[in-house]
Design a protein around this ligand. Sequence first.
Ligand code: GTP
Length: 623
Amino acid sequence: MEDCLTSTLSKRTSVRTQPGQTDPALIRNFCIIAHIDHGKSTLADRMLQITGVVEERAMRAQYLDRMDIERERGITIKSQAVRLPWDGHVLNMIDTPGHVDFTYEVSRSLQACEGAILLVDAAQGIEAQTLANLYLAMNADLHIIPVLNKIDLPAAQPEKFAEELAGLIGCDPSDVLKVSGKTGEGVRELLDHVVATVPAPVGVADAAARALIFDSVYDTYRGVVTYVRVVDGHLGKRERILMMSTNATHETLEIGVISPEPKPAELGLGVGEVGYLITGVKDVRQSRVGDTVTSAGKPAQEMLAGYEHPKPMVFSGLYPIDGDEYPELREALDKLQLNDAALVYEPETSAALGFGFRVGFLGLLHMEIVRERLEREFGLSLISTAPNVVYRVVMEDGKELTVTNPSEFPTGGKIAQVFEPVTKSTILAPAEFIGAIMEICQGRRGQLLGMDYLSEDRVEIRYTLPLGEIIFDFFDQLKSRTRGYASLDYEPAGEQEADLVKVDILLQGEAVDAFSAIVHKDKAYGYGVDMAKKLRELIPRQQFEVPIQAAIGARVIARENIRAIRKDVLAKCYGGDISRKRKLLEKQKEGKKRMKMVGRVEVPQEAFVAALSTDSSADKTKK
Ligand SMILES: Nc1nc2c(ncn2[C@@H]2O[C@H](COP(=O)(O)OP(=O)(O)OP(=O)(O)O)[C@@H](O)[C@H]2O)c(=O)[nH]1
């Protein structure tokens, strides 16, 4: 099969059009959208190879996933745009991430395209993000090409799923293309199909320049690299450009296309073209995604429709295990933010954990990834507090509070209402699991919105679910109760009033802020009991008795006791060897440094880490 691939580097690909003078009629801008793991990156690899932009010996798997963490986890986090020559045409392919946390990346990419390849695993069929991404593409008015991937797998059922896919899109099953990103089968036909069916971009060549920023990334050496799609006019090198939303002007130091590495384009970029520009700015926020770039000399009058800035949905406190590393943590977050405009943070202090930051994320996977990057790329050891969502609290006197941290939750009886964010969640699974899925959703205060059969044995179940219920172990539960067959997608759907309370955990009567949580009234008791039990195991016995209590306001709902112990390190030292005694006492002091004092109670650092660790690793939340 490899031979077949090499031979496809055909004569047809030798026609290369220069950026800046490409006839828009010869341009096709498309993206690949799919559920996670359905094979987008692998298909993109084959396209790079077949069109000849990556030489055989330079080829590696997931070529466009450039971050180490993307390659290791086998997932795409950042979108990538690459220019492919094919049959006298210029194809701009945009690879997109599949995970629900990164939906905003997908919707951005869609606006730079006229067509979308909707890729579905021929052994799995339609999944939750297939639907979510299809709806996004339909909303963006894209031409949709339904494609079944992985037809080389023995378990593939192309006929069955072609019918399912055709039913969803409203086309004939014979219109569904069948490919294997692994072997390359059908990929040339797919590229031909893109040329034949995706509309060419339309724009006014002699109008004032307007280009949409669909991504911007920070590069240590070159500063911010901004990815744009030119809609009207032309952008050139050494041109003064204007960012229309901020009115900032910059000079383009370099402008070019990615194919597959950045290549400067002497003639600049014209109508319909997708490429990058570098202006020397150092902060991605100065090159805002969704903004319109125009020429400062001849500015456009109207901005292009942009996109909403992604809002953080999940918050968590991040603290360095070693308090001295606080400045390093601040610096690391500053650097990460240069590349991740969705990351927000502000300093916070915890009586138990010291100085740290409250950090906002798009979802749990985003949180895992940020934390992992901080630990790996910046060598930090961190404790993160349990994730929580954003609550709106209305007080009896009409005042409103936005609570992103349980410690800000007002205590006392003056609260009139508490609102929590809710999601519209879609679960796809084999029909035999309907009962189990409904049980889990009902147990988490879900409200059934509807249910549809996609085929005889696959259902789509829609629920309104509180976001706060999803961010814990919902996904793990769903996967284990459906033997891994269910897939989940959710989107924000406003807020609802809920009976929420703050549960505090007290050691010797003193609240430990790091363990406080906002939970539904019905679950408060369970949380309190679990946490008190966990801490009893984790905190070593002290020289006095330590009561552990869980409380809502002044009402104690659970209690455990750590019995007293007097550890006399000198007990085994008979005789009067003073230097030996001193040595033992020194050693004891050393050990105490790794303890945090909560009131009079010494809590080892590991107890915080263990008590706060949720078992939801990103790999589990991924599928
Ligand atoms: N047998 C077979 N396996 C494939 C094919 N395409 C992809 N795979 C495998 O499926 C897995 C997922 O492929 P990726 O290309 O990483 O999937 P993706 O959709 O890009 O995933 P995200 O970027 O995380 O959304 C990998 O293990 C691939 O090797 C195919 O055509 N045939």
